[in-house]
Write a protein that binds this ligand. Structure first.
Ligand SMILES: [Zn+2]
Length: 102
């Protein structure tokens, strides 16, 4: 199997510019306080991404859902060929133990 075949099966990196663009949108999105577990892969000409975003724990379910939906829409507008993006919303943890559970 050549590299192309493997890339189609496993998904290749979409490239630094796409990664930067997605991160940039997440970082500057209203009510998003942070993000992690960002992944993106390219299959053929299509890009698939998923990311966990952190929001205020006091935000209602309705508002959190709105943040996720709007962020998904914004990302698809900004990144051409972004076929699917899954935004998982979770509350910012205030503990200062320093141990990150991801
Ligand atoms: Zn998470």
């Amino acid at each position: 199997m050549g590299h192309d075949a493997i890339n189609v099966l496993m998904g290749a990196s979409p490239g630094a510019d796409v990664m930067t663009k997605i991160k940039d949108v997440c970082e500057n999105f209203p009510r998003v306080k942070g993000f992690h577990k960002f992944r993106a892969r390219r299959v053929g000409s299509r890009i698939f991404a998923d990311v966990h975003v952190l929001v205020d724990p006091k935000l209602s379910v309705k508002d959190s859902h709105e943040v996720a939906t709007k962020l998904e829409r914004r990302l698809k507008t900004k990144v051409s060929n972004l076929t699917s993006v899954v935004v998982h919303v979770e509350p910012v943890r205030r503990c200062k133990s320093g141990k990150k559970r991801q």
